[in-house]
Design a protein around this ligand. Sequence first.
Ligand SMILES: *Cc1c(COP(=O)(O)O)cnc(C)c1O
Length: 409
Amino acid sequence: MTDTSADQNIEVLDLRRSEPLPFHRPSISDLEIAGVVDTLKSGWLTTGPKTQQFTEAFSEAVDAPAGLAVSSCTAGLHLGLLAAGVGPGDVVYTTPITFAASVQVILHTGARAVLVDVQADTLNIDPTALEAAIAQTPSSERPAAVIPVHFAGHPCDMGEILALAEHHGLAVIEDAAHALPASHQGHPTGSVRSSLVPHLTAFSFYATKNLAVGEGGMLTGAPEHIETSKVLSLHGMSRDAWKRYQGGSWVYDIQAEGFKYNFTDIGAAIGLGQLARLPELQARRLEIVNRYQAAFGDVSSFQTPTVRSDVETAWHLYVLRLELDTLTIDRAQFITELDRRMIATSVHFIPIHHHSHFGKTLDLEPGDLPVADGEFPRYFSLPLYPAMTDQDIDDVVDAVLDVAATHRR
Ligand SMILES: *Cc1c(COP(=O)(O)O)cnc(C)c1O
């Protein structure tokens, strides 16, 4: 007698891919390569003419009055808080559904970070919960700033957030790491919408972002805030001294405790190429998204991403949510099953307060932010990048549908 029970446990997958599809691959063309070569031959490697050119072109593209290219979005957020005067004794509000950077920068300034729960549809900070958090702030502390994070590229409720900020005197430092290009009610993310409170925006050019340099970022805002940030971005150094003394260009003055957050001309050369190609790259992103939305929109096991009618989203991520009660497997097993079908995925994000350091520092536990904690077990991100081929997209769709069909309750 042959024992068939072992064979029955072996599920044979009909694998069409021979190579795993990575979660991300950058789209670098001859334009970026030629730009880097040109820079390498120019004799100017660090912050110089290309950085200036990139800063001007980028600021114009997002309708910002001024910009400062920096070494990362994290650096930009940190400088934005400092330029807005945030420091010890202050409270800065942000969201739990973000990368560590949005919270670390608050702690760098000596301020206290308060996490505000999110809205279920967009997973962005909830203005009503923000208002409640401001009201609950002890009178010994100053409500100083808010860092709205445009999760997956979908803009936050900026109208309500700016109104609250102006009413309570909060600076607004937008984390737009995902939100290039995006707009809310016709206002491009990166533009300045308040003259009453400091309003700055930080973008990321990290390798996986919509405009990919490898490392880098851009801070945009009003000229006076950008000028302060610029001084702090290079050791608190000001070169105005040499203008005053009419001396040689060797004269400078250190005016504050600053940092080393420079961007490089090599990065700017890549950035200029990526910026020129951004419309084409975004068009391809949208094609992929449309295919996913059409394929998953009517499947009862999935909740597809929301796009509100008053925004343009950057579609940095495609975040699919599982209707877990329709499935016999959980999110982790769903991801493993996709992995077996050679499709890489990721989870954006493990909520901030689930990390050991932040849980301790912020005195929060999983469960304290009900909407974020309720959504976390059911979301994950699918591959979404312009370098995907049509076949890659079909493979993702087929694999996701196959896992859901195979494990339907
Ligand atoms: C990537 C990311 C950052 C940090 O960007 P860096 O350029 O790597 O510093 C900040 N916030 C969010 C939401 C991000 O995804």
